[in-house]
Ligand binder design. Structure first.
Ligand SMILES: C[S@@+](CC[C@H](N)C(=O)[O-])C[C@H]1O[C@@H](n2cnc3c(N)ncnc32)[C@H](O)[C@@H]1O
Length: 255
């Protein structure tokens, strides 16, 4: 009797979740275009909508696109006229470093051996010859035309390609390893607008990402709010004081 009631309750919960899930999330998942689960995609959509509601100034960006699933959810949650920049090597992920733990190196060993499986048994996207072409056609198939929605793709390793300018309203950092996450933090966080939000995808799943977050934020915790949900969300709550340049000898000092 109790078991039947629990089963019915669970069934009702899953029907309610299904009904509440935005259509675009269901379509991205059905198309096997993302590594994120439903709650993580919902969390992304919710925070993009929040920066739109709060009119936080600046661009939206994502570092780590793979097949484009999370990018499509972000693009369809934002206002059409807001710029959205998507950064990725659009090929095979670069190797981790000695700052990453054994979990990361084990995952990379499978990828580099050529034996990684893709989502639900598909071919692993990193072995495809034209990942960017595939991402563009995934956007179009789901009815989100990149040009009409001000989505820009920037191809290359972040070390070379990631040079955002101006304020950033929202960033989705989903690039797995220590060095990749660190370069993103170094170039994105100083430009985060007050009230701007950053979702970190791999904080709960990869050791190098966790270390990168704390190596970067440990001395400036007062300026950010950390929210733990389906993923880690970091909000900028005040401007971080920038180091003062030392005046050259003989130069008048402000008093
Ligand atoms: C887990 S996937 C992104 C998943 C995607 N957001 C989704 O919805 O499934 C991580 C991506 O980060 C990219 N990446 C990691 N480090 C990079 C780097 N240093 N430069 C450029 N791209 C990088 C990889 O190419 C890969 O496509």
């Amino acid at each position: 009797m109790l078991r039947t009631a629990i089963r019915l309750l669970k069934r009702a919960q899953s029907i309610a979740e299904e009904l509440e899930t935005p259509d675009i999330i269901k379509r991205v998942q059905r198309g096997r275009l993302t590594y994120l689960d439903r709650s993580a995609l919902g969390w992304l959509a919710e925070h993009v909508k929040a920066v739109e509601r709060e009119q936080v100034p600046g661009v939206l960006l994502e570092t780590g696109c793979a097949l484009g699933g999370s990018s499509i959810v972000i693009a369809s949650s934002k206002n059409r006229e807001r710029r959205f920049q998507v950064y990725d090597v659009f090929g095979q992920i670069p190797p981790p470093s000695d700052k990453d733990g054994a979990d990361v190196h084990a995952r990379y060993a499978v990828i580099s051996s050529g034996k990684s499986k893709g989502i639900d048994g598909d071919r692993y996207y990193g072995y495809e010859s034209d990942v960017l072409g595939k991402v563009r056609s995934n956007f179009r198939e789901l009815g989100v035309d990149p040009e009409q929605n001000r989505v820009e793709f920037v191809q290359g390793l972040y070390e070379n390609s990631l040079h955002p300018s101006g304020p950033i309203a929202f960033a989705h950092i989903d690039c797995d390893w220590y060095d990749s996450v660190t370069v993103c933090l170094e170039r994105i966080v100083p430009l985060l607008a007050p009230g701007g939000r950053m979702v970190i995808d791999d904080y709960f799943s990869y050791s190098g990402c966790r270390t990168a977050i704390w190596d970067y934020f440990r001395h400036q915790l007062d300026h950010y709010k950390f929210v733990y949900g389906p993923r880690l969300m970091i909000t900028s709550i005040s401007a971080v004081p920038q180091p003062q340049a030392t005046p050259a000898k003989g130069q008048p000092q402000a008093v």
